[in-house]
Design a protein around this ligand. Structure first.
Ligand SMILES: Nc1ncnc2c1ncn2[C@@H]1O[C@H](COP(=O)(O)OP(=O)(O)OP(=O)(O)O)[C@@H](O)[C@H]1O
Length: 309
């Protein structure tokens, strides 16, 4: 981490030069909630270690963005290569991952390095690693342990230096028990484990992220920057965000487009009305945080007051 990025700064940015072919739009990681700050410290410790990393989190929580920051802080000279294991071809997954030799199969007149080779010297990010077929899990473990890959159809293994960062939205320990995931691969990956909590459990991140996305989209669309009304802020903090940060970004983008420009109100947020069970779960979470408790008490008194006949 550079001296410009102490832990008390809630924004961690990727450099403009991060021109990975699979780059995603947002480059900044917003960390304000205490749980996110802990995660940032863990990231800072883990990134330069070179250890494999397993990131667990629901969809849209920011696993790929976190992996990019791990790569950046590791200062490995090679590329960050992101691959979704669910999108590997059932028949050619091995060739896609490890490459193939010229003439290995019909149409392969020349050889190809594969994702492993492309990430040589850098970081291979395997999203939804639980979707990898068992046979490929075995080959992946062998490649990681021996630091060598053999292209499909090639006689000789080649040395590779790849740091693996894997992500999963399922509990891989349970997949191991169910016989769906290779235990040794799980233990290998689990050396460096980061758990990205869902957004509803990082309530302190919701408004800073909302403001961040509002700023990004207002700037991109050359629109004036509106503010969130206090009621809109409360709605944002009370929503359960099943689609996590990705859902938050699209809600904010929409609100920016439909608001008149000065202030965003609850009616601009295209969110379903929360049900009572969801609302009370959110309130319980907020009440657990001493900083939020007083604000919550005031709000509840205000609401109860408005209900008096
Ligand atoms: N802390 C954060 N700060 C800023 N942007 C974030 C943060 N977390 C996530 N995002 C943004 O939210 C979107 C979803 O993040 P990302 O694709 O990394 O999630 P994911 O967990 O890998 O999703 P999936 O499981 O669907 O692959 C991206 O546009 C990402 O830039």
């Amino acid at each position: 981490m550079s001296p410009k990025e102490p832990f008390d700064q809630p924004l961690l940015t990727l450099p403009e030069s991060d021109k990975s072919p699979l780059s995603i739009r947002a480059k900044a990681l917003v960390f304000v909630d205490p749980r996110s700050r802990q995660l940032r410290e863990a990231l800072h410790d883990l990134a330069p270690s070179g250890l494999p990393v397993l990131i667990q989190g629901e969809t849209g929580t920011g696993k790929e963005l976190l992996a990019r920051h791990i790569h950046r802080e590791s200062e490995r000279p090679g590329l960050f290569v992101a691959v979704n294991c669910g999108s590997l071809s059932p028949n050619h997954g091995e060739a896609e991952l490890f490459g193939y030799a010229a003439g290995a199969h019909v149409g392969s007149a020349s050889s190809r390095a594969g994702w492993f080779g492309s990430a040589n010297g850098g970081t291979l990010y395997l999203d939804e690693i639980g979707d990898l077929p068992l046979v490929l899990q075995n080959k992946l473990l062998a490649a990681l342990e021996t630091r060598e890959v053999t292209r499909v159809g090639a006689g000789q293994a080649q040395p590779v230096d790849v740091r693996l960062v894997a992500a999963t939205s399922i509990d891989l320990a349970q997949a191991v028990v169910a016989g769906k995931f290779h235990e040794r691969l799980f233990l290998y990956l689990n050396e460096g484990r980061l758990v990205l909590p869902p957004l509803r459990e990082r309530v302190g991140d919701i408004l800073p992220l909302a403001e961040y996305f509002l700023g990004v989209h207002a700037q991109r669309l050359h629109l004036p920057l509106p503010l969130f009304s206090p009621a809109a802020q409360r709605v944002l903090e009370a929503h359960a965000w099943p689609g996590n940060t990705r859902e938050l970004e699209s809600i904010i983008h929409f609100a920016l487009l439909v608001s008149s420009g000065e202030e965003i109100h609850p009616e601009h947020l295209n969110l379903p009305a929360p049900d009572i069970a969801q609302l009370s779960a959110q309130l319980r979470l907020l009440a657990a945080d001493p900083a939020q408790r007083e604000a919550l008490r005031g709000l509840l008194n205000e609401l109860l007051g408005s209900l008096q006949p």
